[in-house]
Design a protein around this ligand. Structure first.
Ligand code: NAD
Ligand code: MG
Length: 387
């Protein structure tokens, strides 16, 4: 039986890994929607290959270009944020949410409200609007299948026990490229060094988040929404080899872990095939050649981002949305060479110094907090630049 897949963020790292799996198992899938931000050429190429019903380019000014590129096909073409959100409600057995940042929030929410099962890579949407997303899924009956490798690992481990039998969730972290770097050397880190992750090949934003360990903090918030065991029961453990993707300890002190090569196609395949399993071309684990697995406690003095995230979600309300938006601006400024590496987390911390925004009751409230936080972070970036 073929299943219908809508893929948001088709041109990105997770999008391409997803399409690699779909390509190998073509008979199992019918692609309904493909989207990209601005890369018309790549979106058109993918659309010709996978023949979706609809191709959506988020950048509205590129509509004519995409229309022309697909003029000799039957593929529908749309552009802009509204079209992106509408496309999320197209018929689909699974919506894979792989847009980066809060740009993915509106379509992901629309998919959940329409009762579509969502394979979620776009962690920023859950960080910003976790309560609203979980409530929408509950109301419509949609299932959220985590694609983030740690959360996918926890999801798999939880088939070995119930959530109320969990004693602890242990989120593993590689520690990123600067795990052993002295704090004083971090001021000289370049964007190229920060995006060179030791184990995973990923998009630029998440690679920088991994280097600051903001990624693990965002994942802590993500885990809190997906697996409500209580924040004090979710711990972070640095594991430089990225072989164990996370662990769940149950009340009897039995601990289950999920292991695999650091290849995103493994958690993506798990979400695509759930509750079944599908074959992948990934390298099986060769533990004898890996030989050893190391673990260490995170160093919150050198990497303060995880503590900021824990405080933000403990406070709740719109704090995580505020944090996430400030981080997106700071990471973009760092990548553009406008901010030093330590100033990324510093900027986020300073935005969070402001009074807490009112608790959000709607997606619109989240977008207001997001916009205000972006503006505040941008002002700080400008100050740093002129300092
Ligand atoms: P990426 O930068 O490689 O790709 C991002 C995708 O989103 C692209 O298709 C891009 O066109 C689209 N996009 C960007 N801005 C957009 C906008 N404003 N509007 C519409 N579309 C837009 O990112 P990625 O590494 O594939 O990550 C995607 C998401 O998955 C992120 O939330 C990331 O945290 C999460 N994730 C990624 C990995 C990984 O290995 N790459 C692992 C776990 C989680
Ligand atoms: Mg992850």
């Amino acid at each position: 039986m073929t299943r219908r897949l809508s893929l948001f963020g088709a041109t990105g790292s997770v999008g391409q890994s997803t399409l690699d799996l779909v390509r190998r198992d073509g008979a199992a899938w019918q692609v309904g929607v493909l989207t990209a931000n601005s890369d018309v050429a790549e979106l058109a190429r993918l659309a010709r290959e996978f023949q979706p019903e609809l191709a959506v380019i988020a950048d509205e000014s590129r509509y004519d270009e995409l229309k022309a590129a697909l003029a000799d096909t039957n593929i529908g073409v749309a552009a802009g944020a509204k079209a992106l959100t509408e496309a999320a409600t197209y018929p689909a057995d699974l919506v894979l949410a792989a847009i980066v940042g809060t740009a993915g929030l509106a379509p992901t929410m629309a998919a959940l409200e329409a009762g579509r099962d969502v394979a979620l890579a776009n962690k920023e949407s859950l960080v910003s609007a976790g309560e609203l997303m979980i409530a929408a899924a509950r109301k419509s009956g949609a299932t959220i299948l985590p694609v983030d490798s740690e959360h996918n690992a926890i999801f798999q481990c939880l088939s070995g026990g119930r959530i109320d039998q969990v004693r602890r969730i242990i989120l593993t972290a590689s520690g990123g490229p600067f795990r052993t770097m002295r704090a004083e050397d971090m001021a000289r880190v370049t964007p190229a060094e920060a995006v060179a992750h030791p184990n995973w090949s990923m998009g630029a934003k998440i690679s920088v988040d991994s280097a600051t360990m903001m990624n693990k903090g965002l994942e802590l918030i993500e885990a809190h929404h997906l697996f409500p065991v209580g924040l004090d029961r979710i711990e972070i453990l640095v594991h430089p080899q990225s072989v164990i993707h996370s662990l769940v300890e149950f009340v009897d002190c039995s601990t289950l872990a999920q292991l695999g090569s650091p290849d995103m196609r493994i958690p993506i395949a798990s979400a695509l095939a759930w509750p079944q399993r599908m074959a992948t071309p990934c390298a099986p684990l060769d533990l004898a050649s890996i030989a050893r697995l190391d673990f260490e406690a995170p160093d919150e003095a050198r990497f303060p981002a995880t503590a900021l995230c824990r405080a933000a979600i403990a406070e709740g309300g719109a704090r995580p949305a505020q944090l996430n938006a400030a981080n997106e601006v700071a990471v973009a400024a760092f990548l553009a060479g406008r901010l030093s590496f330590p100033a990324i987390v510093d900027t986020v911390a300073r935005v969070l110094d402001a009074d807490a925004p009112a608790a959000p009751a709607s997606l619109q409230d989240i977008f207001s907090v997001d916009a205000a936080s972006r503006a505040a972070a941008q002002r700080l970036v400008d100050q740093y630049e002129h300092a």
